[in-house]
Design a protein around this ligand. Structure first.
Ligand code: AFP
Length: 336
């Protein structure tokens, strides 16, 4: 059987699903950047890329060298092609303006260049998460700098979302709003090849992911739910659950897309002004789009994440996503 590369898949999407040519080009450029990041990550100590930069990002988190390298790779790859009106990244305080010497395009690209970067130095999976939005017409101007408001669109407006995971294999997982496809990087040929044609999350699961060390800060519905999970067969849920926590959202979500499960990063009482740790625009929204397209559910405990109207680029949000039955259960506990 002939292999379906990412390029072929995207060209066929243009034919059958009216995917615009400039969106196709944008995804190919992002994929190429991910290959470069994968290469940099895989060099590790040999490439002198481990360790921290000694700087902090807008969230006050220490930047790893590979955070900064990955951010630069994505910016450089995407700024010249004429398909973007602007970019925003976890690693930059403000939106990135397309340099005046390049043409501007119709889309906005938002990304977390290297998610889970605290895992890099211990050689555990990390990844790149990205989300593509259309730039609203009123913000499209060749001359003015792009207003950050252009990015503040709910997740339902995403036209594409994806992530690359740099693990034992490098994979690109993608949705254009009609299901979820997984591509594995063939390192000899340098191309992403379709290996997971229709990724679906099972409705039921017996596996959950949460950072238990925060349990003393949780709100009552989360404590109640996790207590019930831990109670196993003798408890109200009547079955034994297993727990996994990679501490890289990309890896935890990838496991859930592969065999089901529930991922939770609740908001807690540590910093009441910040609802949770994860960021809405470049972590929760793209992952929620992918999870929903795979038949799963994603909420902040009270409402569907994709319906949230963002108010700032680096806004945080509580996240419950994965297998339908469990996400609906923990959401119901919050709503009660
Ligand atoms: P880093 O990119 O700073 O390592 O953070 C990763 C992350 O945003 C997300 O990918 C993980 O699910 C979560 O944080 C892990 O948080 P804990 O450090 O609290 O376990």
């Amino acid at each position: 059987m002939s292999r379906v590369t990412l390029s072929r898949y995207l060209i066929e999407q243009t034919r059958s699903n009216n995917t615009p040519a400039d969106l196709r080009f944008l995804i190919e450029v992002v994929a190429r950047a991910c290959k470069e990041i994968s290469h940099a990550v895989s060099k590790g100590a040999l490439g002198g890329v481990l360790g921290s930069m000694g700087t902090e990002n807008v969230q006050g988190e220490v930047q790893k060298k590979l955070d900064v390298i990955s951010n630069e790779i994505l910016l450089e790859a995407n700024e010249w092609g004429g398909h973007l009106a602007g970019m925003a990244s976890e690693e930059m305080d403000n939106a990135y303006q397309i340099p005046g010497k390049y043409p501007k395009g119709a889309y906005l690209l938002v990304f977390d260049p290297l998610d889970g970067s605290s895992n890099i130095d211990v050689n555990v999976s990390v990844g790149t998460i990205f989300s593509v939005l259309r730039c609203p017409d009123e913000y499209l101007s060749q001359n003015d700098s792009l207003d950050e408001q252009a990015f503040l669109q709910p997740g339902t407006k995403q036209v594409c979302a994806g992530y690359a995971i740099y693990g034992p294999q490098t994979m690109l997982v993608l949705t254009l709003g009609n299901g979820v496809k997984g591509f594995t990087l063939d390192r000899e040929l340098g191309s992403f090849v379709l290996t997971h044609d229709d990724i679906r999350i099972p409705e039921s699961t017996a596996e959950f992911a949460i950072n238990m060390s925060n349990s003393r800060h949780w709100e009552p519905p989360v404590s109640r739910y996790v207590e019930e999970l831990l109670a196993g067969e003798e408890g109200p849920l009547g079955k034994n659950y297993n727990m996994r926590w990679v501490a890289a959202m990309v890896a935890d979500v990838h496991r859930i897309l592969t065999r089901g499960g529930l991922f939770m990063y609740p908001r807690d009482s540590r910093e009441p002004s910040k609802p949770g740790k994860l960021r809405l625009m470049y972590e929760a929204n793209p992952m929620s789009f992918i999870v929903e397209q795979a038949g799963g559910v994603s909420t902040n405990g009270l409402e569907r994440i994709l319906d949230i109207q963002p108010t700032s680029l680096h806004q945080r949000v509580a996240v419950y996503l994965g297998s339908k039955e469990e996400v609906e259960r923990v959401t119901a506990y919050h709503q009660a």
